[in-house]
Write a protein that binds this ligand. Structure first.
Ligand SMILES: Nc1nc2c(c(=O)[nH]1)N[C@H]1C(S)=C(S)[C@@H](COP(=O)(O)O)O[C@H]1N2
Ligand SMILES: [Mo]
Length: 439
């Protein structure tokens, strides 16, 4: 990344210290007395690139002034390769979520897939030299494959797979929980192409005592500490050996974006995003539950039994999160939509349910008193989200909220309010809602 500081919320930066923000974002030096700002060439370039136009009178721009083009929008600034509307949740390591209305596509485009990094992505990636090693006590022998060998030796599969961070929705927990303050957009459903993890492991030989797989990626610990992984999680053999569990090199028919794990990643659809290792360099087959970074302690675990909000939970009372719960989004219209009295409102979005499918989606405009069934499509394949559509009438002018609620194939529904509090703020699958004004 060219300028790491550019990745913090622009509004937050300007609120904290406008001069500093100028300097950090654009490299502009501000004269303390006159407050006149001089953009260095690189700063001018960065600002122009972000604005999408060059600034003829840049020399006259006062220091500490947030360009009104940014001040007027809720849009964040740019992460290379990503849509400018992504909201930066954390700058180091980079995490950014996708506002619900930008998730309207049936298949999430590469520039709209959220980013969740636990460490610093590798630099100078050379796909031609990339190796994947297979090790661990429960594989018959150690092996390694170049990217080219993986592509040549195994059958290719393409699946549309939902990936959602377990912490999606964390910002709504009370008492608040530390960690990325995701709202609703740490989810997406692109199409992935690669080989089955099962085919690769079976070509070597899986021992009878295999219990779990673990992944290692080539990103670095944020502290720069060598030898320590930012994250090394995994999944039980049953998930690892599913048809849809892929070692993928492509997303929507192109290289996976760098921030999403180029040139190789694991994709375990329907499970916490953290099981889908990026920048994949090694897979281990274990004879016990993998004990890599963020597999132990409280990470990616939920209390095995409900706990009091804000309470402490002992390690042994925490269970590893597996399949994600049923959830849905309204992706059209954008919250704040205005319609005229008597007009019908067309609504649409997606619903997903971890390892299960979605059996129904309902919407309400009276705060959940009554619900209307939506039209629901079948998933493109197992573990892909499902598209829904509806048309809604409003009784008269005023402020309304539209809520959406999905039901999974086992009959479980989303809760209307935030579900059980947990120490790390995972698994908030409360109903998504948007504001609608009828005039
Ligand atoms: N190597 C590596 N893999 C990783 C991570 C990471 O930081 N490093 N983050 C995990 C987490 S917590 C999530 S939610 C997903 C996010 O995938 P994305 O950034 O492509 O959306 O990647 C997972 N795989
Ligand atoms: Mo995550």
């Amino acid at each position: 990344m060219k300028n790491k500081s550019i990745l913090r919320g622009i509004h937050e930066l300007y609120r904290d210290n406008p001069e500093k923000a100028d300097q950090l974002i654009w490299g502009r030096e501000v004269e303390p007395v006159s407050r006149r700002g001089f953009l260095k060439k690189s700063g001018l370039w960065a600002m122009s690139a972000a604005l999408g136009a060059h600034i003829p009178f840049a020399d006259n721009m006062p220091g500490g002034l947030i360009p009104v083009a940014f001040a007027d929008t809720d849009e964040s600034f740019h992460i290379p390769g990503k849509h400018p509307g992504l909201i930066v949740v954390n700058d180091r390591p980079v995490s950014a979520e996708t506002p619900a209305h930008l998730l309207d596509d049936l298949i999430t485009p590469a520039d709209k897939l959220f980013i969740r990094n636990n460490g610093i992505p590798p630099e100078n990636i050379d796909p031609a030299a990339w190796m994947l090693r297979i090790e661990g006590e429960s594989i018959e022998s150690h092996a390694q494959f170049s990217l080219e060998e993986l592509k040549r030796k195994f059958k290719h599969y393409t699946y549309q797979l939902t990936i959602e961070c377990a912490g999606n929705g964390r910002s709504e927990f009370n008492p608040p929980v530390s960690g990325g303050q995701w709202t609703v957009g740490a989810v997406g459903c692109p199409e992935w192409t690669g080989v089955r993890l099962r085919d690769v492991l079976e070509s070597i030989g899986i021992k009878k005592d295999a219990v779990y797989i673990g992944y290692y990626g080539r990103d670095a610990q944020i502290s720069g500490e060598p030898g320590r992984e930012p994250i090394s999680r995994g999944a039980p053999m049953s998930k690892a050996l599913e048809d849809e569990t892929l070692i993928a090199w492509a997303m929507n028919g192109a290289d996976i974006p760098i921030m999403n794990g180029h040139p190789l990643r694991l994709v375990c659809g329907g499970w916490p995003g953290s099981t889908s290792g990026k920048w994949l360099s090694k897979i281990v087959v274990r004879n016990k539950v993998h004990d890599g970074e963020k597999m132990t302690g409280l990470s990616y675990k939920k209390p095995c039994h409900p706990v009091e909000p804000g309470g402490n939970v002992k390690d042994e009372d925490m269970c590893i999160i597996e399949s994600m719960p049923v959830k849905s989004l309204i992706t059209y219209p954008k919250t704040g939509a205005m319609i005229k009295a008597g007009q019908k409102l067309l609504l649409r979005g997606h619903a997903w349910a971890g390892d299960l499918s979605v059996s129904a989606v309902d919407i309400s405009n009276d705060f959940g008193a009554t619900w209307q069934r939506c039209k629901l499509r079948q998933p493109k394949n197992r573990l892909a989200w499902q598209h829904w559509q509806a048309e809604l009438d409003f009784p008269g002018p005023g402020y309304y909220e539209v809520w959406v609620r999905a039901t999974d194939s086992a009959g479980k529904m989303q809760p209307m309010v935030v579900p059980g509090w947990n120490p790390k703020g995972y698994l908030n699958n409360a109903c998504h809602r948007i504001a609608v004004k009828v005039t």
